[in-house]
Design a protein around this ligand. Structure first.
Ligand SMILES: Nc1ncnc2c1ncn2[C@@H]1O[C@H](COP(=O)(O)OP(=O)(O)OP(=O)(O)O)[C@@H](O)[C@H]1O
Ligand SMILES: [Mg+2]
Length: 221
């Protein structure tokens, strides 16, 4: 379970100037939930998601994952959590262009003690789940946008995380591909993974059982 209590995130912009991107929000996300975070551009969605995904521990208030306060953990421990328990799908995919599909999805497993064969099996299983197994040898730079997004999801699930945080996972896709990606996320959620999806699109949020809307760093509804 994730428990957010009176979370505030302030960015120091220039000297003596700061900007409050998340303003005193409280929220609970139960194990097994599929939650949508919506809101206009600049409302604080990515900022919140990065904190939940253990990428940013410089905040005020409390954020705990499975009873562990994120801000109190060492960078090493947070890296371990990101590699084992929680995965993020970034707003702009963040695939490595020079790598093949296989190498991109394998990447997070390099930090895990697995045999070569186990790694290969895991990569194939993840690619199969997103319908990209046939593209395993293709260069990442030659994929379409929808394919890149599916490979990014495969890379997120290859470590078998408990949590997936997806930032605009359908941002640049047409309706058919958007529905395809959301169906993949729904299937992953049904298999027990807790999922948080950030999107400014209502059609994406409608795939989620619960929605919260941010405006100016506060929860609207
Ligand atoms: N590193 C930073 N330094 C200063 N301000 C920042 C920083 N990162 C984000 N902000 C500001 O915080 C606010 C929230 O940004 P955030 O990226 O969380 O918005 P968002 O809701 O994800 O928007 P979008 O839908 O465009 O992705 C914005 O006004 C942004 O300019
Ligand atoms: Mg964003």
């Amino acid at each position: 379970m994730i428990k957010v209590t009176q979370l505030t995130k302030t960015y120091e912009t220039t000297s003596k100037r700061s900007f409050t991107a998340i303003n005193n929000i409280s929220l609970e996300i139960n194990a097994g939930e599929m939650l949508a975070i919506t809101g206009v551009s600049g409302s604080g969605k990515s900022t919140l998601l990065h904190i939940l995904a253990c990428l940013d521990k410089a905040y005020e208030g409390s954020v705990s994952i499975d009873n562990m306060e994120i801000s109190k953990q060492s960078d090493r421990k947070l890296a371990y959590i990101r590699n084992n328990d929680s995965s993020i799908v970034m707003q702009d995919f963040m695939l490595i262009d020079d790598y093949s599909v296989f190498e991109n999805v394998m990447f997070p497993l390099m930090l895990q003690k697995l045999s070569k064969k186990e790694r290969k099996n895991r990569v194939c299983e993840a690619l199969n789940q997103v319908g990209m197994l046939a593209n395993i040898k293709q260069g990442a730079d030659t994929l379409s946008g929808g394919e890149k997004q599916r490979v990014a999801i495969a890379r997120a699930i290859v470590t078998k995380p408990k949590y997936i945080f997806a930032d605009e996972p359908t941002g640049s896709l047409d309706k058919k591909n958007t529905d395809g990606i959301m169906q993949i996320l729904e299937t992953l959620n049904q298999s027990g993974i807790t999922i948080v999806v950030v999107s400014h699109e209502q059609s994406v949020a409608n795939h989620c059982k619960r929605k919260i809307e941010l405006l100016d760093g506060k929860i609207l509804s």
